[in-house]
Design a binder for this molecule. Sequence first.
Ligand code: GLU
Length: 452
Amino acid sequence: MSSPVRVRFAPSPTGMLHIGGARTALFNWLYARHTGGKFILRIEDTDQARNTQEAVDVIFRGMRWLGLDWDEGPDGKGGTSGDRGPYFQSQRAEIYRKYLEKLKATDKTYEDGGALKFKMPKTPGVVKDLVCGEVTFDRTMEPDLVVQRKDGSPVFHFVNVVDDLEMGITHVIRGEDHLTNTHKHIALYDALGGTPPQFAHIPLILNRGGSKMSKRDEGAALGFYEDAGYLPAAVRNYLCLLGWSPGENQEILPIDELVQRFDLPNINRSNARFDGDKLFWMNGEYWRSLRDTDFQKFAGEYLRRTRPKVAQMDPALLERLLPLIREKVRTGRELAEWLDPYLVEDYDYTEEAKKKQLAAPEVGNWLSALVAAFGAITGAWDDAAVEGACKKVADEAGAKPAKVIHLARAAVSGRTVGPSLFGLLTALGKERVLARLERTRRQLAEGKLVAA
Ligand code: GLU
């Protein structure tokens, strides 16, 4: 029987979690959960210059946002959050020192200019990759590999191999950019007397232009989507499809099913193209099908983070407005922007609203008529009543109802777009609607609403 699966995500803290890194983390996590194995997080933080707490926090934040929990830490325990690690290479110097001694004890190293070098075999380097198949590297010209620098610090290739050995990693699932390193790693495993893990190098992610997605590409950082208020489940689902496919033309799958179906043999060989429009679409699908309670939780958290003023808002008003706005938008950021005019009573007016809705000479009279008509509603303040009042004003002015509706929207929100107007007026409530109409009438009279 083969040993239980142990995989790892081994990011270097660079200050951002790249979409490609997030996808690597996800594939490892999926494989661990699919096989009932262990998923380890190992922070490769040996580059002191770049190694800051903030850079590490970005990784944690991204992992948590995507719901990728890791299983164990340096003390060997797993399970509860406090003792789950992760591993930090910066805390493992002693382990690397021991392995350097072990390597030195073979006849495969020599000193050169104060550095320790590993004699690379000159025989062809064969990598049997679960995704890329068998790849052979000609090593006749391959230089020997520095394993320890002059200052005593071990290099990436060495610590990476030592950790995978020490941690009993069974499968290395990582980006294809590391494929060319792998024969070197295998040579080190051999020299240290260890069995190499199986390798699965996953395809590169390309940007719209067809080149490798880089840090500088818009939307290359996972944090971009958290900031924009995408739903993490949607982003996670989309990332699954970058280089892997559940088949049968299915794309949107709940996480349990993704876990069940994910496997290494159906990872694609060809590069994956990142399509921000498709991710936006997928987010919209998740947005629409989100249960009300989950939507409220998501919206509450996003708004508290990005719109502190929401704490001072009438909670009943917020509760009425959110479902109306939700219908029309697809992300947390849009939700927040659409909510902005109702967070405060001294909302501003967009240029478009001033130009298109608040400039005509009859606007003042119509606003007065709206105040009178809404004020006259004595029964239930509901969609039918506010609709009736708008129609009445339009009839008396001999105008199309749409004209009055657009004006009412601009007056109560300062915007030309928003949730359906009757629902909005109902949600705002009579008092607020009247106050907002009055405010607009006043500002208009004072000449404050002239378009620039
Ligand atoms: N720290 C390396 C990286 O971020 C890890 C490579 C690996 O997964 O082995 O690229």
